[in-house]
Each structure stands twice: as C-alpha cells, then as structure tokens.
Design a protein around this ligand. Sequence first.
Ligand code: NAP
Length: 258
Amino acid sequence: MDLGIRGKKAIVCAGSKGLGFGCAEALAEAGVDLILNARTEGPLEDAAARLRELGVSVTPVACDITTQNGQAQVLAAAGSPDILVNNAGGPPPGMWTDWDREDFIKALDANMLTPIALMKAVMPSMMERGWGRVVNITSQSVKAPIAVLGLSNSARAGLTGYVAGTSRQVAENGVTINNLQPGIHATDRAVSLDGGVAKAQGISLEEAKAQRCAMIPARRYGTPQEFGATCAFLCSQHAGFIVGQNILLDGGAVNSTM
Ligand code: NAP
C-alpha cells in the first residue's frame, strides 16, 4: 500500500533504537525525510546512516528531548514538520512509597509535558497547511496499570487525557493526534526489564523471557518493525479519520473485550 506521504518531513524523538527507530524506519520506507533525535551521538549517527540507505534525508539532532534546550534544538532543525512522533525513555520502576514530588515532576516533564510542548510548537503550522500527523508512544500501562511503573502510569495517563481533548480541537484542520500503546516489545528496554526479573528471582534471562511470553496470548514479544508499520499507517493519507485513539499493540496481553 502506498502511504501517500513521500516527501513529507517528520520529527522522530528518541529514535536511534527500539520503538522510535522502528517508527523512523517505517516512515523512511514510505519516503519521509527525518529529523532524528536521541541523546547519544554514536548510535544516533549509525541509525541515521542506516535510514539514509532507504533514500531519504536524515538530520540527526543529539540532545535530551525532555529538556527545553533539547526541544528547541530539534524544533530549529525541523522548521515546519508534517509529522511528529513523540517518544522518550520511561521513568524508573519502584513502589508508591518511594516517590516524592520531585520524582513526579521529572516523570511528568519527560512523558507528558515534553510531548505536549512539541505538539504546541508544531501543530499551528500543520493546521495552517491543513495537514498534520502526531503519534505519541505511550504504554499498555495506560489501559492496564503496571503497579511498579506508577510514575509512568501517571504521566502517560495525563498525556492521554490531553490528547483526548486536544485531538478533537485540531481535527477540523486536517491534523490528527493518536497514541500507540506498546505492550512488551523486543528492545533494549525489554532486555533490561527481563534482567531485573532474572536477578530478583534467581533465574536466567531466557527463563525470565519465557515466563513473560507465557502471559502473552501471541506467546512472543512484539517487534519494532511491526510497531513502526502501525505508526507509519497512522501517519499516512489513509488515516485521516482516526482521531484521538489509543491503539494497543500487545499480542493480546490486556484481557478486555474492548
Ligand atoms: P529503548 O529500546 O530503550 O530505546 C530508547 C530510545 O530512546 C533510544 O534511541 C534512546 O537513545 C532514546 N532516548 C531515551 N531517552 C531519551 C531522551 N531523554 N531524549 C532523547 N532520546 C532518548 O526503549 P523502547 O523499548 O524503544 O521504548 C520506547 C518507549 O516506549 C519508552 O518510553 C518505554 O517506556 C515505552 N514502552 C516500551 C515498551 C517495550 O516493551 N519496549 C513497552 C511499553 C512502553 P539515547 O539513550 O541515546 O538517548
């Protein structure tokens, strides 16, 4: 299927690895030029080089997207993008008794206020041109809380509430905002989560992974490629009537009828 977005320009935040890279790769395959962000220069340059092989222009911007300075750098490099993919690392796990105001401020800054600031910056020019696509990478935990990820549950639920209202205010101008909710995917983060379980339970990494796969009806982890393909579809010409939705990509892990 031709996604109809060849020649458009996208910002992909936190995109040198994992789910962000999956989104960047699928957009590049659709012919979209990229402003690619991550903090660490080496892996970012490597990712940019791989994506350029797909025939698109890639501008790497090495900075922490959760800082105002980082956001300004990415926005300056992008000019007026047609597509924005919001992403950043997730907050650390813990217990509700661990977290104080500062921990919440940090999590809200990274996973709620950063995507909101970027949307506020890029959407006016998208609306003027009558076309724009925003995809926020959130989490399955918005739908089915993961107790040890209370900081993440809180910040991402806040972003989801913002998107629910705002997406309905900008839709008439051809701009759509939707959220992708990943369940467990095979990225560095999954390896680190499995590592934590393996250590806590005194089992191997493979056993920790097999234990987690057993709880997923698809009996496997998702891949960044299939995640990216869904993102690219939401950014396509065909997805203009999908507004303010939360799409769960979890292999059936969340057990609910709707
Ligand atoms: P990942 O494999 O660890 O990749 C993280 C990417 O984000 C890297 O490119 C990293 O590069 C970049 N990054 C992290 N923090 C950044 C920051 N502050 N500024 C700019 N770039 C940053 O993570 P992932 O698994 O793809 O997860 C992506 C998001 O989805 C996270 O928020 C995660 O919590 C959420 N999620 C993931 C899963 C899963 O199973 N993978 C499930 C649910 C939710 P640098 O380190 O060089 O900056």
